[in-house]
Ligand binder design. Sequence first.
Ligand code: FAD
Length: 416
Amino acid sequence: MANLNRRQFLQSLGLASAATAAVAFPGIIKAATTRPHVVVIGGGFAGATAAKYLRYWSTAVDVTLVEPNTTYYSPILSNLVLNNQRNLSQISFNYNTLASKYGIKVVNDWVDSVNAPNQTINLRGGSTLAYDRLIIAPGIQFMDVPGLDSSKVPHAWQAGAQTTLLQQQLAAMPAGGTFVMTIPAAPYRCPPGPYERACVVADWLRTNKPGSNVIVLDANPKITVEEATFSTAFAEYGVQYVPNAALSGVDSDQKVAHTSAGDFKADVLNVIPPQSAGAIIHATGLANVGARWAGVNPLSYESTAVPNIHIIGDSQGTGQPKAGHIANAEAKVCADAVLRLLSGGQPFAAPMTNSACYSPISSTTASWLTAVYAYEQASGTMKLVPESFGASDVPTTKNYSRMFDWTTNLFNDTFA
Ligand SMILES: Cc1cc2nc3c(=O)[nH]c(=O)nc-3n(C[C@H](O)[C@H](O)[C@H](O)COP(=O)(O)OP(=O)(O)OC[C@H]3O[C@@H](n4cnc5c(N)ncnc54)[C@H](O)[C@@H]3O)c2cc1C
């Protein structure tokens, strides 16, 4: 937990036992007859963590998690499927433990709409669920790119079938072929992720498809993070890096990317489109940051547009990175705040969050990046703590093995 340990939290809320809950919390007392109901939309790193911690910290609330898929494929580590270091089953998770261990009700359905005045959500399957507090964590949706057909030109930026498609296309690419990938202008999901992918693929092609080329078309003016690490690797692997290459369209059949830096023809084309908050955020009128992301109060992640709705993970618009590790941290801050609000209290006033990314650079080495964010009262925003920022000097095999320790911790903290 970012701001209190569990014991302090339970003591502060008086939730150490049902008896103390009844004395300390009028809102939760009412729960004896009508228990507060928190609905969480989306079972990724943000939503699954929020659902788990709500119930881990309080059995006085009912929690329903609505997620259409029974299996979640982690985007984290998914680049290692492209070079055959991992398979999808090694990065797949289900919601059985959240249900059996924490008593979360899991509903496999898609949320079509939210009726905020009535505090209900409408599911595609036809049912309606009422909530006292709603947490929405739908990740990203892709913005339109003219001519792009993702069944021919995969993004592989949500893991699963798209990851397999890109892996199969690379496996079928002739030696001496050309792999082209595009990177959208920031902000996008996982700042180092695209550069990591270019490195992993280029390293794999060196051995498996000799004489092949890798071209990275970046809409940004320069590598957005870990510039020294990625530019050194690009030089070593012979990756052609093209900055300021804004994508204007795609010929999905001919596999051509049209950009402000020219047209680039590929044997395998990987277009990572620009992104915005998940569709349900837009449909609910919550995308009030640049008409793309959801504005929230970072003390509670409650929407600045609609009360009783909280947004966490990649969809939130606080300026914190769009990444799974920090989504897990935001979820804990949000769960803490929701429990406090449900019992008539106020959110903790000084939350902190942490972001961490390990990036494989080859099949045996990795780099890392980390940063802490703290709430600044004067501006009401999350600010990077400058002295907390850290990055590895060079990619190493030790980092590569620690990467799996880190993911094991994160995966367990989210799904187990
Ligand atoms: C190649 C790659 C590498 C990465 N590496 C790292 C890394 O090293 N470190 C790191 O921290 N992050 C990394 N990330 C980023 C990380 O995966 C994302 O930031 C994270 O998945 C965001 O979590 P989320 O819960 O917001 O969204 P998601 O994980 O996308 O989950 C959203 C869920 O919401 C569900 N959903 C959406 N709409 C609805 C609806 N209407 N009704 C019901 N359910 C809905 C979806 O089905 C989905 O399961 C990486 C990403 C990629 C692509």
